[in-house]
Write a protein of this length. Sequence first.
Length: 681
Amino acid sequence: MLVTVEDGRATKVAGDPDHPGTQGVLCTKVSRYTDRTYHPDRLLTPMKRVGRKGEGKFEPISWDEALDTVATRLSAIAARDPQAILPYSYAGTMGLVQGESMAARFFHKLGASLLDRTICASAGATALRYTYGASIGMDIEHVPDAKLIIIWGGNPIASNLHFWTRVQQAKRRGATLVAIDPYRSLTAEKCHRHIALMPGTDGALALAMMHVLMRDDLLDFEYIASHTVGFEALRERALAYTPQRAAEICGVSVDDIEWLAGLYGQLAVRERQPVAIRLNYGMQRSHGGGQAVRAVACLPSLVGAWRHAAGGLQLSTSGFFPVDNLALQRPDLLPGLPALPRTVNMSTIGDALLDAGDGAGNPKIEALVVYNSNPVAVAPQSTKVAEGFAREDLFTVVLEQFRTDTADYADILLPATTQLEHVDVHKAYGHTYFLANNQAIAPLGEAVPNTEIFRRLAQRMGFAEPCFADSDEDIAAQAIVATDPRAAGISWESLKAQGWQKLNLPVAPLAEGGFATASGKCEFYSEIMRRDGLDPLPDYVPPYETPATAPELAARYPLAMISPPARNFLNSSFVNVDSLRATEGEPHLDIHPEDAAPRGIASGSMVRAFNDRGSMLARARVTDRARRGLVVGLSIWWKKLAPDGKNANELTSQRLTDLGRAPVFYDCLVQVEAASATATP
């Protein structure tokens, strides 16, 4: 990204035309980043709460008062039990410096509770770790050469523009595009074929594809023998998933399954052409999401798709990056064994904040420090989350750029910088370039980087270790494992001078095996999973909330609901940028005509979606883009900017996935009814 600065003010952001990833193009959201940085509602001074929690009433205070207040309160709680203090953060700032470096050091030294950061990708990451050894996959730069591209559980037009650009190149060269998604997204509309399965059934579809490949000998036996483990056990499992069985589970036709598996195997095995799967995060957000990723991740090794630079699978490339997390986060500062602090799952923060504790290593949470996240909007079962944040006996500190839904509950609100105002280092999960985030402008107002906030707090709390005096440049220099061959020639000095540098990787990184597992092979059968008490083979794990698994619940709430990202939002980021929110208009709920008619719902009318956990209002769009039995609420709106002060997470649950302890945002049954145009919550 290139930033144009005139008289100290950023006037434009654009993609770097020399960078092979962006090729001079940015998505709609990031291209308006200056609107975010200079937004009139930008938080530019420390604040303290003067109203009720959640009311959003604050008054300005000095940095000294803010930091003294925080340090005094945290010190008093830590003196009783530091585990009563919890950090809460995720990907609002994704850099290695402004993310978990100085902040992690601070909380490790304090002995605070550890946070299990699961809210986005841990189900899929865990699945890939068991299967490939790490989050590794194909390089999207070669995708234009693929002959078949399966876009599974993603909508790259909205969320992965640079991949979609390459898909379009492949399409012009004759590639077949297939979308597997319960919803006919913008991307699915542009594909040659759309397979609209029911949410949470992807594992069954993948196993049925394996069934067809094995039945019809559409297999690369040489690759399987040389570079995989557990084929015979996988064969036995997959042969139980006939196309007929999977069609019933998924709600798709047998012909769709036969066609897709046949084309995949024919191109890869018989014609030796590159076939690619772009797997995204949507499919892992149900009970069986981890095993579903495992199943899909096995497919490329069965047909030898990895032999080609344009073949294989990508969910994430983040596992290729040699990052020195030990140096960045300093876990050696933690209290010694056996007294490691407890771990709290961020996806169940609602229950965690309402837990009274037991006094035996599980104290009540008394203080919460939130940075790089907006949990009141994005965490599941939002009613409980807000109830927890509303506790008067909970001391809450929020580092933010705006007064988000979460910021409204803060006792102390601290102004943080945006990406243009600080130094950082970034790895990637969609390409293979390390990136320097060089500071473009001075921080606005009194805003400071996350690192500086924790640096100042560490000083006030008497943390004397030299690492707390590290500058952002020092931390950036520690981020990369320079001795790793993949980082040869890459250092902070070279990176900040050049802007970006590509990892040293083979063109087709898994063509000769070399997986990151202990065996060096793709593990269809995972001995580590067996030792962990898990099914060592991929299988279909049904959603929690379906007519088959929860018939009484489904009788009351017969519609499945998913809430994928809106094109103009990035989770809850950018929702407050007026031009982007104006494009989205208002919260909508897409519903199939055959589901709308018996409910008396017309396009443009207000509807209420509800279940036992909560409800939300939205404007109905009657459309066959939502398959029958499914409603779709594009998300995620700030609650304060929604008409009823609620969003889709009122309806989602705090249950977790089979692998990775991740949330099940798309494993959700609801009922929908007509509501008056003036309906209130």
